[in-house]
Design a protein around this ligand. Sequence first.
Ligand code: SF4
Ligand code: SF4
Length: 327
Amino acid sequence: MLSEVAKRGVYPLHASRLGIFRIPTELTDRSEIATVMNGLKAPGFKTDSYADRIYVTYTWDETETDPVSQEQLSAQLNVMIEIVTGEVIDVIYQIKPIELFGDLYWVKNYRKKADTNAKMVIDTILWNTKIGDKLLAHYQKSQKLSADDAIKRLDELTPLKQKPISRSSTAPPAAPPAAATQPSLSAAEKPQAEPALAVATTSGNTTFSLTGTGTNYSKVEGPIDKDFKSKRQVTGKFQGINVWGPIDPPGQLGVWGTEVCVDFDICVADGACIEACPVNVYEWLETPGHPASEKKPFMIREKDCIFCMACENVCPPQCVKIFQKGQ
Ligand code: SF4
Ligand code: SF4
């Protein structure tokens, strides 16, 4: 009988395919797929995509001294993980026969190392990328776990993850209370966005709700006002990130960030900045009800910015401004 996976064109019993993990969340949005690929740059994996698949390759070096000739032997090996996107996500890894890399009779425990490295990549995918956000939201919704418990569960599931991003539970429960009765700038409110946002990876505080009741709908033309810091004031924080007002959510969101700054009222959410960033500073943030776009590049890892200016340079409406420290 064909398995669910086989129906999707994947053959789990094929000799070189060893592991298949099905993740019960969907991944179809192209910008989200780009975000996943972006999230794998920092741990140093090579990524590629074709059709509905993302390919993640991890490479490692083997060295040995030949016991007879004393010659230094070296080789570069790799293992590839395939993420099949769609209504569910399948993560598959394959271990190639070692002969494909050459006559490496001297490499010890190749299969075991390849297997561990593949699992390390998968753990990193699950923890560091948007897939992890989705999995956390899934845990919260389907298993009624708190944000804390969902993160704990994911942490336990991914013991081999590399360069883990920080995840904390400043988030609200998966099903937030209705926003209609909330004033738009009330103090100490927790964010009330979609579950994927609720589990965003962050620490810090939040002083307003994105799903406020504001009626001031404001789409602004670019570019960002580069002198905004002398004209605006920080009127709120979102998960620790400064927000420069005026703001009146959901229609007017102001300028976000201190060093990596984006005018959310200009941003049209094409995702160029997210794709360009080499250190994964941004994540998508749902902003339902905003007239320019209903998601924005949230600079949640602003502190990781290396000031390469790539995001500022690629933004079509020029709504990004990078300030070097102290500027
Ligand atoms: S300046 Fe470079 S490192 Fe900083 S957020 Fe933009 S793209 Fe990322
Ligand atoms: S490149 Fe500019 S318009 Fe596009 S998502 Fe980023 S900030 Fe928004």
